[in-house]
Each structure stands twice: as structure tokens, then as C-alpha cells.
Design a protein around this ligand. Structure first.
Ligand code: 2NL
Length: 344
């Protein structure tokens, strides 16, 4: 009987040893320790043994059962640990792998350019002012020395909501409104960016909707040289220290005198090329001293106050800066175009 138990133990431990998955261990357990297993059989047959052998065999059978159970449990732990190790090994995340790039949006290049221009003027003490795009005829035209029937109105035909209300054709009404709010007491020093509208047929250089930035400075003793100094500082910061500016006489109904400002051509350094059409100069903006009628209508005494104003088109500046050949590229929003100006 003792031999039989030792044999069973040896067999069971061998099978435990050989098992390489938890399922196999389960089978060993059922086979040797189950209700119908050989050890249970031995214990059941104890009654037939001589009395003095019973405790010895009983003890041995229990020991064998205990040893097999312990061996199974130990092996089970070992297999489970190995499986866990293997799983951890296989499912390791390599945190050094680069992630998939998420496509990101960004401001439109005109937005970036307008903000860049705003920042330059903020640096010179200007404040940003905004106003309505749907505007009264009074602020868009009348207050800017363009009475009804003025021939210059033809060049700025608009989209009319009613006889008296229209889409603004420039951002000047914002300046007229701001001056009016000051009730004749200066100074006013503002920069006005925004969308403007003209009744125009769209082509490579015309659009019925575009952007504008205008500036206005009103105070006592403001002179043409102040205008020139501010515009020179702007041109050099915007286009490069090596740039020269040039003012040419021009006409605007809301300024007198009026000028057109050119910057020296960077492409040819003033020699003359296709960008500057052989002149060495590129037209950037229009400006002038605020017309006394405009000051007066806004509530300022033109004998006490003077001012200068200027206006430019961000599209035109971007087209020159980046060599863009068609104004419609700004509005059709083809990402292949826009991404070229996407700041990282
Ligand atoms: C251009 C020229 C200009 C102004 C805009 C202005 C505004 C007020 C009074 C006087 Cl409230 N002037 N604005 C003056 C001169 C030129 O724009 O070529 N813009 C694209």
C-alpha cells in the first residue's frame, strides 16, 4: 500500500512537472485528487487494513495528497506568472514612437497679416477700433466729405440694404464714429481693420469683398511730417530696414493734401524689374491730412485740431509680399494654398 502511494505521488509530480498550461494542471488535480481518484480510493479502503497499519497509511495518504496539491498550486502560480510576464512583454507600449500627427487649423494668412500690422501700430501708441459692416450712408460717405451726388461715389458703388443703409465700402466710417464720440476733444489715435464691400465684378485683381486697414491720428499741431515719420517707421518694420519710402501727390475726397506712398523695390533694389514694373517703386497705401470738412462734421474745430489718415489693402500687401497672382486665392480657401502660409 505504501509503495502504491509513493508510486502515485511520483507519477503525479512528474505530470505536474510536465504540465505547461493551467488546464493540464487542472486535469492532474482531478485525476489524482478527485472523488474518484486513486488516493480517495486508498482512503476508502482503509477499513480493510489491519488496525495498526491504518494510522500509518492514513498519514501517508494525507501527506501524499497534500504534496500533490501543493505541487499543483505552486506550478499553477508559476505558469500564471509566466503568462503575465509574457503578456506584459508583448503589450509593452513604446512611448518613444512618434504619434500620428493630428491635422490642425490656423488663422487665415490675411488674419495673420492684419494682426502683424495692428501690432506695429500698437507699438507706436495706436489703439484698434472696430465698427459695423452694415453702415449708414451718412458715416460711409457724407461724414467723409462725399455728399450725395459727389462723383467720387461712383468709384465706391456698394450693395444697398435701403436708400440710406449699405455695406461699408471702406473702414473710414469707424474713424468718423470714433471722432464723433470724442466730442471735439482729442487726441484720437486709432487703427481700423475690417471687411469692406464694393459693387465690382470679381477678377484677378478685383473682389466684391476684401479687407482694409485704415489709421487716423487727430490732435493739436499734427503735421504732414508726422504722417511721413509714422509711415516710414511702419514701412521699415514691415518690409525691412533697407526700404525707402516715397510720397507722391494724389487725391482722396476725405484728405487734403493727399498722397500715395511707395516703398523701394526689394526685388531689384531700385534698379527696376517686373514687380515694380521698371520704376524701382511699389505702391503700398494712400494717405493725407484729414480734410477740414471731415474734422468739422465729426465735431472737431479744424482751426485747433489737425490730423492725418491712411488706408491700405492687406490683400495687395500679401500679394506683393508672397508673389500671389490672383486675389481670389484669398477667398476660395483651397487648403493647398492656405497651408503654405500656415505658421507652425
Ligand atoms: C487707400 C486710401 C485712405 C483715408 C483712407 C481717412 C479716414 C478718415 C478721414 C480721412 Cl475718417 N481719411 N482715410 C485717407 C486716405 C487714404 O485710403 O488707398 N486705401 C486702400
Amino acid at each position: 500500500m505504501q509503495e502504491r502511494l509513493q508510486e502515485l505521488k511520483a507519477d503525479a509530480l512528474k505530470q505536474v512537472e510536465e504540465a505547461n498550461e493551467v488546464k493540464a494542471l487542472q486535469d492532474v488535480k482531478v485525476q489524482y485528487l478527485g472523488k474518484k481518484g486513486p488516493i480517495t480510493e486508498v482512503l476508502k479502503g482503509m477499513g480493510k487494513l489491519p488496525k495498526e497499519e491504518r494510522p500509518v497509511i492514513g498519514q501517508l495518504a494525507n501527506d501524499v495528497r497534500e504534496e500533490i496539491a501543493t505541487a499543483i498550486e505552486t506550478k499553477k502560480q508559476k505558469l500564471e506568472n509566466e503568462a503575465l510576464e509574457k503578456q506584459l512583454e508583448e503589450e509593452t507600449i513604446d512611448v518613444t514612437l512618434p504619434g500620428r500627427p493630428a491635422p490642425t487649423g490656423g488663422p487665415h494668412l490675411l488674419t495673420n497679416l492684419i494682426e502683424e500690422i495692428e501690432d506695429l501700430f500698437i507699438g507706436m501708441g495706436f489703439e484698434v477700433a472696430e465698427g459695423p459692416e452694415v453702415e449708414a450712408d451718412y458715416y460711409n460717405f457724407e461724414a467723409l466729405n462725399l455728399p450725395k451726388g459727389h462723383p467720387a461715389r461712383d468709384m465706391q458703388d456698394s450693395f444697398y440694404i435701403t436708400e440710406e443703409i449699405l455695406m461699408r465700402t471702406h473702414t473710414s466710417p469707424v474713424q468718423a464714429r470714433t471722432m464723433e464720440k470724442h466730442e471735439g476733444k482729442g487726441p484720437v489715435k486709432i487703427i481700423c481693420p475690417g471687411k469692406v464691400y464694393r459693387r465690382d465684378t470679381d477678377d484677378a485683381t478685383h473682389s466684391h469683398q476684401f479687407t482694409q486697414i485704415e489709421g487716423l491720428l487727430v490732435d493739436k499741431h499734427v503735421r504732414m511730417s508726422d504722417l511721413k515719420g509714422v509711415l516710414n517707421a511702419f514701412a521699415k518694420q514691415m518690409f525691412g530696414e533697407e526700404r525707402e519710402i516715397r510720397l507722391r501727390p494724389s487725391f482722396f475726397p476725405f484728405t487734403e493734401p493727399s498722397v500715395e506712398m511707395d516703398i523701394s523695390c526689394k526685388m531689384c533694389g531700385g534698379e527696376g524689374c517686373s514687380v515694380c514694373k521698371g520704376t524701382g517703386w511699389i505702391e503700398i497705401l494712400g494717405a493725407g491730412m484729414v480734410h477740414p470738412n471731415v474734422l468739422e462734421m465729426a465735431g472737431y474745430d479744424p482751426k485747433e485740431y489737425t490730423g492725418f489718415a491712411f488706408g491700405m489693402g492687406p490683400e495687395r500687401i500679401a500679394m506683393l509680399k508672397y508673389g500671389i497672382d490672383d486675389i481670389r486665392h484669398f477667398y476660395t480657401n483651397d487648403v493647398r494654398f492656405l497651408n503654405q502660409f500656415h505658421k507652425a
